[in-house]
Design a protein around this ligand. Structure first.
Ligand code: SF4
Length: 486
């Protein structure tokens, strides 16, 4: 039974959604997101998966999210689907979209709270089949292997219909696993062991992905999301979306992008790994601004910021220009193969001032390989220079090495080391720039999972069982020989 508060919350959220598709009849599938509703509804990947499933004939798709009350250590309320308030255990198929490593705990918690054994070996043929996909498969899907019956590798557009067809054909779970394992892009841990098949790449004709539902309850409130490109033509050393992944960047034409935006959409998010590398990006923003819409871009490269683009962004309501500094010094930016130079950031700051954009937000990583205090000091000096032009906000996150990148296998700097570097940076920019940092502790957990295998996945389940605090992860990962400080 769900609480009346949850029932009311779901009812209220459904009442303000625009664009929801009819649930339809046929095989019931719960599309599961292991983070809360507001995050899921701001994810283009989740929205695209919902549209794909809901538009398939003979599929009745409902959505379920990590309950909002899922604070660390709290007992999780039993998740239910939003469309019919059904418990997850009543669905034959759970299709989970996992964006990144820390969401594995959310998936485990949702299964546990639903009375479904998180480990696939403990489930029976009567249990829901757990299918997983999402951006995490571009890096390292192995920690998911103890929990997922099957994993869609890479782009799901053409694979998901094949998987659902196999469901209709197979007579039992063993036959289903055999059929799925024969698919070139479906990872079936019970058949493949620790060797996932390659990533799927869908036909270009199926691009772009776009939102289905807009809602004021999403983190990106009332924003319609549309993909302007997929992949990237650059080669940043830490990034799984670099040009060697799935053949690099595929562009969507300006007219096609604009044709996807509904008349009613007042806010439009242009999404992609490297949106500002689209050769017509300024014109696309101008078209949207001309029609009175606010525009958001998911990624802006400093060396792509022209007067035309920044001017159009200002017209489209931009107050904060966000781009990536990536590393604290020019030496480390070269190490991670980032091409922008200091001059690009100074130009970006001056364009902010020129076009009335209030602040420049810069993302950077700390704890990169070979980083020293001198790199941090250089960063402090450079940020001070930028703040003489425009207010600056720094978004800092610790470096986590990912599979399928040149920096794969590089160690985590250590929670204490990252903390000390962050303190040094804060001191250097105190009174000049605001610093917002993500947790070094949880970045270490992310790092262990990005580099780990099924054993590390199982350790997550044990840590969740203990309460899911950082100390629980440190203890369980410690049993496997991982240390949070070097
Ligand atoms: S960090 Fe951005 S620009 Fe660099 S490879 Fe990844 S998607 Fe491309």
């Amino acid at each position: 039974m769900i609480s009346s508060a949850t029932r009311q919350l779901i009812h209220r959220r459904l009442s303000v959604e625009l664009g929801r598709l009819p649930t339809g009849g046929g095989r019931r599938v719960a599309l599961v997101y292991p983070s809360p509703y507001a995050v899921a509804m701001s994810s283009l990947g989740f929205q695209a998966a919902y549209r794909l499933l809901a538009e398939l004939p003979d599929i009745a798709c409902e959505r379920a999210f990590l309950p909002d009350s899922a604070n660390q250590g709290a007992v999780l309320e039993r998740p239910v689907s939003y469309e019919s308030l059904s418990e997850l255990g009543s669905f034959p198929l759970l299709a989970a979209s996992v964006a990144y490593e820390l969401e594995l705990a959310g998936l485990v918690r949702m299964l546990q709270a639903s009375g479904i054994a998180p480990e696939r070996m403990a489930r029976t043929d009567a249990s829901p089949f757990v299918l997983v996909g999402g951006p995490i498969t571009f890096g390292n899907p192995l920690p998911l292997a103890p929990f997922a019956d099957a994993i869609v590798m890479g782009e799901a557009e053409q694979v998901l219909p094949d998987v659902l067809e196999a469901f209709g054909d197979a007579t039992d779970r063993s036959e289903l696993l055999d059929q799925l394992a024969a698919h070139p892009h479906v990872f079936v841990p019970a058949r493949h062991g620790d060797a996932p098949p390659p990533l799927a790449r869908c036909e270009d004709a199926l691009l772009p992905a776009c939102s289905c539902i807009t809602t004021p309850e999403a983190e990106l409130s009332d924003m319609f999301l549309v993909e302007v490109e997929r992949g990237c033509s650059r080669a940043c050393g830490y990034c799984v979306m670099r040009r060697t992944t799935n053949g690099g960047m595929r562009l969507v034409g300006r007219e096609l992008i604009l044709s996807k935006v509904p008349e009613s959409a007042r806010r439009v998010g242009l999404v992609g790994a490297a949106v500002s590398d689209h050769p017509r990006i300024a014109a696309i923003v101008r078209d949207l601004a001309d029609s009175g819409r606010q525009v958001g871009l998911s990624s802006l490269r400093p060396d792509r910021l022209s007067d035309e683009l920044v001017g159009e962004l200002s017209r489209a309501g931009y107050k904060t220009l966000t781009t990536a500094l990536d590393a604290p010094s020019a030496r480390l930016r070269a190490l991670v193969d980032r091409t922008p130079r200091e001059g690009h950031y100074i130009d970006a700051a001056e364009r902010c001032r020129r076009y009335g954009i209030e602040r420049l937000k810069l993302y950077l990583m700390l704890g990169l390989p070979d980083e020293t205090d001198e790199d941090i000091d250089e960063c402090g000096r450079f940020i001070a220079e930028l703040t003489r032009i425009v207010p600056v906000v720094l978004g800092v996150s610790p470096f986590c090495a990912k599979r399928n990148t040149p920096l794969d296998g590089r160690p985590f700097a250590g929670v204490r080391t990252v903390g000390a570097r962050l303190d040094r940076l804060r001191r250097a920019v105190r009174g000049r720039a605001e610093v917002r940092a993500t947790s070094a502790r949880w970045a270490w957990v992310e790092h262990v999972l990005a580099q780990g295998g099924p054993e590390e996945g199982l350790a997550v389940a044990r840590a969740v069982e203990r309460g899911g605090r950082f100390a629980d992860y440190r203890r369980e990962f410690g049993e496997l020989g991982h240390e949070s400080d070097r």
